[in-house]
Design a protein around this ligand. Structure first.
Ligand SMILES: [Zn+2]
Length: 64
């Protein structure tokens, strides 16, 4: 009887996987810290997309 909740959609912080509220100020992150951490990873080119070869130029400035 309790296996089917009308609203079970859970959002999770991409950085720390903590469940968060849709109404969070930092959505989709749980906090400003996680938001900054995630952006920092992108900036550092530390992000790899599964199944997709990421093209990371040595010199971003030279990206045409
Ligand atoms: Zn987080």
């Amino acid at each position: 009887m309790t296996s089917n909740h009308p609203q079970t959609l859970q959002f999770r912080c991409p950085t720390c996987k903590k469940s968060i509220e849709r109404s969070s100020d930092y959505f989709p992150f749980c906090s400003n810290r996680c938001k900054t951490t995630d952006l920092g990873r992108w900036a550092a080119g530390d992000y790899s997309i599964a199944g997709d070869d990421a093209f990371i130029p040595d010199n971003p400035e030279g990206y045409v």
